[in-house]
Design a binder for this molecule. Structure first.
Ligand SMILES: C[S@@+](CC[C@H](N)C(=O)[O-])C[C@H]1O[C@@H](n2cnc3c(N)ncnc32)[C@H](O)[C@@H]1O
Length: 234
């Protein structure tokens, strides 16, 4: 059993057929006033299929079947757009992308921005490159490297999902962020101590973060009851 946004309880008999990820995604996006072109929905659903296929070969996402990939991983990534509007020409770094989360779903719905996905694990980046090619996405590239090795490039925005403590993400991100750039993370659990530590350590990172916002997303769906969007500002 899993729960759709707000109130609907899904049991085995009423569970959406696996063929219905389009309908699930469209319903969730509509509830959040996130308007997506039909081609975007098609690509997001196709990405979900590819992610599942790759996940059978290499470990990209958890194999727990507590909620469909289209909700737990893809729609979850899209929730960043509740707190950030991607601009034309914006350069975005996905730090520790794994199988392309949140970078690939965001690149699909924000073709006006360019995305660089990096990860320390080579086989995950190979999977991302194959998925990007299959989806024919031209605004996203994936590179196998540790983020500490990335030099000489700056980004307007860094996104990151379930990678490291905020303090560490800020240390990695600060040299790579534009003057007015921000770091947007998808995180879980109690973050009070983690945020406090990152603010206390900001002196070591040229004052970054000067401010941190924490946005719970449990109202979107009980699936995200432990999840938050955390934004670190300069
Ligand atoms: C728990 S996985 C999360 C992957 C993806 N963001 C997601 O939500 O499914 C963390 C990923 O961060 C990557 N990672 C950890 N530290 C890194 C670093 N310093 N540079 C690049 N990638 C890193 C790991 O290789 C791993 O793939």
């Amino acid at each position: 059993m899993y729960l759709l946004p707000n109130t609907t309880t899904i049991t085995k008999s009423t569970m959406p057929h696996p063929q219905q990820p389009h309908a699930i995604l469209e319903g969730l996006c509509k509830e959040q006033s996130l308007a997506l072109a039909p081609e975007m929905v098609d690509k997001l659903v196709e990405y979900g299929r590819l992610l599942e296929e790759w996940n059978n070969k290499i470990n990209l996402i958890s194999r727990k079947e507590d909620a469909p990939i289209i909700i737990k991983h893809i729609f979850h990534s899209l929730l960043i757009t509740q707190h950030h509007t991607f601009q034309t020409g914006e350069k975005v770094l996905d730090l520790g992308t794994g199988g392309g989360l949140p970078g690939i779903p965001l690149a699909i719905i924000a073709p006006q921005a360019t995305f660089l996905l990096v990860d320390a694990t080579g086989k995950k980046i190979t999977a991302c490159q194959e998925m990007i090619a299959t989806l024919k996405l031209t605004n996203v590239t994936a590179r196998h490297l540790r983020v500490e090795e990335l030099h000489g490039e700056t980004f307007h925005t860094i996104v990151s999902r379930q990678v490291a403590l905020l303090n560490k993400l800020c240390a990695y991100g600060e040299p790579l962020l534009h003057e007015k750039g921000k770091l947007i993370c998808l995180k879980g659990g109690s973050l009070e101590q983690e945020i406090k530590q990152s603010l206390e350590a900001s002196q070591k990172h040229h004052g970054f973060p000067a401010r941190v916002e924490e946005h719970p997303i449990d109202e979107v769906s009980p699936i995200f009851s432990e999840k938050k969007i955390v934004i670190a500002y300069r």
